[in-house]
Design a protein around this ligand. Structure first.
Ligand SMILES: Cc1ncc(C[n+]2csc(CCOP(=O)(O)OP(=O)(O)O)c2C)c(N)n1
Length: 690
């Protein structure tokens, strides 16, 4: 239990100040949204805004039962959630006004906004106050909430997470995966469905086989209730009970709040799918005047007090609008600010890595031989011993030790709490890692094959990689996604790809591809310590490869390529398994007197252009080698970067040696033909030398 935990609520326990605060917050949201509607119409606010008017009782009622350090995650219709979270925490009038100001400024894309103009309406967040942000991907916040709740459970904080989303989001895979995980692990999370009857224009009955969303809770071992979302006290009571359950360790709940949005889906929506009569009926149940009337009827306050409050709120929203419109836009030259959390590596780290790399090349005292797989196990183990916030989750990572044995022994040493087998739910593995990473943990989440990472792409790329930027640099997402790729085991097109180019494409995530035990260990340790999301891609044919690691603790700072073989006639730039084939090719060509320099990128992002450029300036000729499909491969990017930065030193066009543009086939003859072999690399080198 949180030290500051409030007592359970029911309608009767409200005192006058609390009751008026609920009314005030609902009004603030209503006035705020009406103002936004107006500013959108005048094109002062750009982009899309999904207004919360009509649904105020849900956010205000639900958040009113939270402690100040509890968390929320929110969706595209998120102004109400952001408002209620901030307003319920702010204690002074100045703090409240600052909150409205920052919200309005964010919607207007100003530097003074909560996200410094990077997020706007759809990504409004105040991470510092426990609002983990709004997502533009319907259902995208649900796995993140499960992860944030997992972090609370693992850290024993007593905090709970409220996760808001719509009836439309309840049809997504994220909903089912995340509720299953939350039920399975009994996480302290309350899923709040805002059922406003439509997902954009489509009525719920045309989108759901069964429209009773709350009934789905029983499938996930949690209570599910339906509540009148137009009644702030009803919402408050239902959520209050669920919060108490969650705090007591009794697990998650699903609460379906039935409500209606006053405006269209967005401002441009003509609402052709709703009748005037339906709208009028719902408007007669407006949560604000009805609650105000109840306050007067029950004798808690006078009509005069209500009228004065309404006026005060209108003034506050006027002031917020003035503040926003008089604030500066974010400076254009700061467009790249906040994409990545800054590097923490020191000069000493770089120097130590160089020294140990050299020692391992010699294989002398202070080094020992391990397999690539063992190097990964050691890295995870050492980091888990060093930092209690590091934990592992994924499919079969526990007793089984991972599909390729990279987590073997860790379950036995650290137990199921820190080495967690998950359901087969890639999206939620990714999303839970995001939520946990934003809430004080350092997850190392394994996705069994890189071929499966597209199943988690939204969670890793849209949420994990972008959250820091979208939320104005106010959060970090220190998570590692460990996965493996590549061909060589005749396991065909769904288990053999090299999909790194997908991951290098997104800003906000690093991509690491080690080729040796030394690199695997040092890079994984660095990835775990890094404050950014990292896609760590191993190669299935390298787990049994032996190499030297130092006895000393070390990390490999990102963005440092390794010249695995020096040469002077041609530069081969490669990574992962192709490093070994390129070295073989170089060895053979040396017999003919051709001197090949082989650069192992180790990290594709960040890219060590300095080492590449130095080599190109020396050789004038470059061959890129990859096991990925040629079209759209990372080599294409590499070739362009070389052209942009060292074109004048090139004596020949860059040559790409890549996989054929075919789904990786099963039969050995075909699989071998599909990816570059040593002969193909030699042919590429001869081509660039012509
Ligand atoms: C994954 C995804 N699919 C579609 C959309 C486009 N879209 C945005 S909101 C929305 C409707 C969502 O309905 P619901 O979850 O009920 O929330 P509501 O808008 O009713 O609050 C749609 C289809 C999107 N942003 N993300």
């Amino acid at each position: 239990m949180s030290a500051k935990s409030k007592t359970p609520f029911d309608a009767q326990s409200l005192d006058k100040a609390q009751a008026l605060d609920l009314l005030r917050q609902m009004w603030e949201i209503r006035f705020f949204e009406d103002r936004v509607y107006d500013l959108l119409g005048r094109n002062v606010i750009k982009g899309a805004s999904h207004l919360y008017a009509g649904e105020e009782a849900i956010a205000v009622g639900a958040i009113s039962v939270l402690d100040d350090d509890d968390l929320i995650t929110s969706a595209h219709r998120g102004h109400g959630h952001c408002h209620a979270r901030g307003a319920s925490i702010a204690t002074t009038e100045e703090a409240k006004q600052e909150h409205y100001n920052k919200m309005m400024a964010e919607l207007c894309g100003r530097e003074t906004g909560y996200c410094r103009g990077r997020g706007g309406s759809m990504h409004i967040a105040d991470v510092e106050k426990g609002n983990l942000g709004a997502t533009g991907i319907v259902g995208g916040n649900i796995p993140v909430a499960a992860g944030a709740a997992l972090a609370q459970q693992m850290q024993d904080t007593g905090r709970v997470v409220l996760c808001f989303f719509g009836d439309g989001a309840s049809q997504t895979g994220n909903f089912h995966e995340a509720l299953n995980l939350a039920g399975l692990w009994q996480l302290p999370v309350i899923f709040i469905v805002e059922n406003n009857l439509y997902g954009m224009s489509v009525p719920l009955e045309n989108a759901a086989a069964k429209t009773a969303i709350a009934d789905r809770a029983c499938a996930y071992d949690m209570p599910g209730v339906v509540v009148d979302g137009m009644d702030v006290l009803a919402v408050r009571e239902a959520v209050g009970g669920a919060v108490e359950r969650a705090r007591n360790g009794e697990g998650p709940s699903l609460i379906e709040c039935q409500a209606y949005r006053w405006y269209g889906h967005s401002r441009s929506d003509p609402r052709a799918y709703r009748t005037k009569q339906e709208e009028a009926e719902w408007r007669s149940r407006d949560p604000i005047p009805n609650f105000a009337a109840w306050l007067v009827d029950s004798g808690l306050c006078t009509q005069g007090e209500i009228d004065a409050l309404e006026e005060q709120v209108e003034d506050a929203i006027d002031e917020a609008t003035e503040f926003a419109l008089s604030s500066a836009m974010p400076p254009a030259d700061e467009v790249e600010k906040f994409v990545y959390a800054p590097f923490q590596w020191t000069e000493a780290d770089y120097a130590k890595e160089r020294r140990l790399r050299e020692a391992c090349r010699q294989g002398g005292p202070g080094t020992r031989k391990v397999l690539y797989r063992q190097a990964l196990q050691e890295a995870a183990r050492e980091e888990m011993l060093r930092d209690p916030s590091v934990f592992i989750m994924g499919e079969d990572v526990g007793l089984y030790g991972g599909a390729y044995g990279a987590t073997r022994g860790l379950f036995e040493e650290f137990g199921g709490e820190r080495v967690r087998d998950t359901p087969i739910s890639e999206a939620t593995i990714g999303g839970a890692a995001v939520g946990a990473a934003m809430s004080g943990m350092r997850p190392v989440a394994e996705i069994m094959y890189v071929d499966f990472t597209p199943l988690a792409m939204d969670q890793i790329a849209n949420q994990g990689a972008k959250n820091r930027y979208m939320f104005g640099g106010k959060t970090t997402v220190p998570m590692v996604i460990r996965t493996e790729g590549g061909a060589g085991r005749s396991i065909a097109a769904h288990h053999s790809q090299s999909l790194e180019a997908l991951w290098t494409h997104f800003p906000g995530i690093y991509v690491v591809m080690p080729s040796t035990p030394f690199d695997a260990k040092g890079l994984l340790k660095a990835a775990i310590r890094d404050d950014n999301p990292v896609m760590f891609i191993e190669h299935k044919m390298l787990y049994g490869v032996q190499g030297c690691v130092p006895d000393e603790d070390y990390i490999i700072p990102f963005g440092v390529a390794d010249v695995k073989r020096p040469g002077s006639d041609v530069t081969v730039v490669t990574y992962s398994r192709m490093v070994h084939r390129s070295l073989e090719a170089a060895e053979k060509l040396a017999e003919e007197g051709i001197s090949v320099e082989v650069i192992d990128l180790r990290t594709l992002k960040p890219l060590d252009m300095e080492t590449i450029a130095a080599s190109v300036k020396k050789t004038g000729r470059v061959v890129g080698v990859t096991e990925a499909y040629k079209t759209g491969s990372f080599l294409s990017e590499l070739a362009m970067r070389i052209q942009e930065e060292v074109f004048d030193w090139l004596d020949a066009p860059v040559v790409r040696v890549a996989a054929a543009d075919v789904p990786v086939p099963m039969a050995e003859t075909l699989e071998d033909a599909a990816i570059p072999n040593v002969e193909a690399i030699i042919a590429g080198i001869r081509q660039v030398l012509r």
